[in-house]
Design a protein around this ligand. Sequence first.
Ligand SMILES: Nc1ncnc(NCCc2cnc(NC(=O)Nc3cccc(C(F)(F)F)c3)s2)c1Br
Length: 272
Amino acid sequence: SLYKRKKEWQTSDFDVGKHLGQGKFGNVYLAREKHARQPVALKILIKKELLDAKVAKFLKREVEIHAHLRHPSILRMYGYFQDDQHVYLVLECASQGSLYGKLEKRGRFDEMTTRQCIYQMANALSYLHTHGIIHRDIKPENILVDGKGKLKLADFGWAVHDRRPRRTTFCGTLDYLPPEMIENKTHNAKVDVWALGVLAYELLVGKPPFEHSEYGDTYHHIVKVKFTFPDHVSSLARDFISLALQYDIRKRSHLSDLVRHPWLQNTFKSVS
Ligand SMILES: Nc1ncnc(NCCc2cnc(NC(=O)Nc3cccc(C(F)(F)F)c3)s2)c1Br
């Protein structure tokens, strides 16, 4: 099987099939590894683009982190290989695509579906934090759905082994960033707790809590933690989300407390 392979993979070990998705630095294809006859997702990255964008070291760190992770709610990275133009990531295939795609189609999820999603992601994050890893990029685009409707956290492009607070700069959407990151203060694993609160809100409501057309307005609403719930959101869901969206990281719940929150109790773990 994929686990017991001896030598390095090469492209001839795979039959490449349909295009699954377009990522920031390359495309993802459905592929079959010829010997194990197992479907995988093959992410093909263009070396020149990685070098031009100066992200090669991030990718190296991601592979080192991701390849060693084993958890039912984390997308497996079986390995990687390269040739002169490309880097290939050999990934578990999530046949139902991304949670982003499902959310876009449905508009928003009901509470039961949302609770199942958040329960699985809270456990995946708890596993990461126990291993000293912060994901730092939790959002529906980075959460995939397998054939049985189980969620798989993916894309550890921004993940870090972080045992000490560090400074970093971000580009891209602010929606999921906590105050301490956009105010460029030190940050820690609690950034993922904040993002889990944003995720729970977005799945229930259909858009993230601080979304505004102007960057400046989003910034202002995040640092003031200014958001409102539509009437249909239950009081238990509001309580859960409010515990995660705390400005002060000392007041922001630990994941270990959130996984025990009444809102997440006895969820039956799959997304229809
Ligand atoms: N149906 C599907 N089933 C399985 N997978 C699918 N898509 C791939 C999901 C990913 C998992 N892991 C990833 N990792 C990276 O992309 N890493 C990456 C890439 C470039 C630069 C960098 C960095 F250098 F910036 F960090 C880091 S993409 C799909 Br659609």
